[in-house]
Write a protein that binds this ligand. Structure first.
Ligand code: AMP
Length: 270
């Protein structure tokens, strides 16, 4: 594995005519990231991973400061996976002079996380736009764990880039909690509550699949989750998985949640 700290250097040394798969991450790698990397290795000749904690997507400085960082361990994991290139750029190079730190969203996309974390996806789109403009990989990989992110990046890519986007399903632990770098900030007891939330919503989803009219029970579910100690829902919504609108049927819906577990913000979808 070759490690690059500069996009310019990587650009000079890597042949992007090869079939390259790109997996952008913020590090603290877990089995969710690893599944994306394995998908890339399956269909691409070369796999490139980036680790970049993108400051422009954090709408709270404290969240950026406390975001987990584990570069040494990440390098060990990536070495074992035998990927080809690791890019660890610094913010100064990513956001050189005149480079936009934000890409605006349409008004109709300002829902769920886009509404509750103003500026977040604007920052995500800006960094992915930078990477794609400068690296031009054949494939890019994203997880369905961040479904709204995937939806917005798909729209950006379809409008501007030739890169093909591949989505990978959410990897969960044995207690159904979606793997997330932020889980390292939770205690064992917090994780038990996240497991309760996940199982409750998976069960609710299965019921909705049989009879969608049970969506009327959403408020009861919200009440039940908010009743857990130190848990506070930011949003819990059912939407179409095709266009995230509130028009859906029993075959095309998804349940989306963002909540605070002991002050750590978590998201998931089912
Ligand atoms: P992050 O490091 O959180 O920015 O995530 C990097 C990529 O890994 C994104 O495309 C995420 O959607 C994906 N990812 C994160 N957690 C999971 C998971 N539990 N299962 C599958 N993909 C994931």
């Amino acid at each position: 594995m070759i490690i690059f700290k500069s996009i310019n250097k990587l650009n000079k040394e890597v042949n992007f005519k090869a079939n390259i798969g790109f997996v952008p991450t913020m590090g603290s790698l877990h089995k969710g990231h690893i599944s994306l990397i394995k998908s890339s290795k399956k269909i691409c000749q070369k796999t490139m991973v980036s680790i970049f904690i993108n400051p422009s997507q954090f709408n709270k400085k404290s969240d950026l400061m406390s975001y987990p960082r584990n570069l040494k361990k990440d390098i060990r994991i990536l070495n074992e996976l035998k990927i080809d290139y690791l890019l660890v750029p610094n913010a100064k190079e990513v956001y050189k002079k005149n480079i936009k730190k934000k890409i605006n969203l349409n008004k109709k996309d300002k829902i769920m996380c886009a509404k509750h974390r103003p500026g977040h996806f604007e920052g995500v789109l800006a960094v992915i736009n930078q990477f794609l403009e400068r690296l031009k990989p054949k494939y890019i990989f994203f997880g369905e764990k961040d479904y709204q992110q995937l939806y917005l990046i798909k729209k950006l890519i379809n409008k501007k880039f030739k890169t093909k986007i591949i989505s990978c399903s959410t990897i969960r632990d044995k207690n159904k909690v979606a793997l997330s770098s932020r889980n390292t900030l939770l205690t064992h007891n917090d994780m038990k509550k996240s497991s309760f939330v996940a199982k409750l919503l998976i069960n609710f989803k299965n019921k909705l699949k049989k009879s969608i009219y049970l969506k009327k029970n959403l408020n009861k579910i919200i009440f039940e989750i908010n009743n857990l100690k130190n848990i506070k829902i930011e949003y819990l919504e059912i939407r179409s998985k095709n266009n995230l609108s509130k028009v859906f049927n029993k075959n095309n819906f998804k349940i989306f949640i963002a909540y605070y577990n002991n002050k750590i913000r978590l998201i998931d979808n089912y």
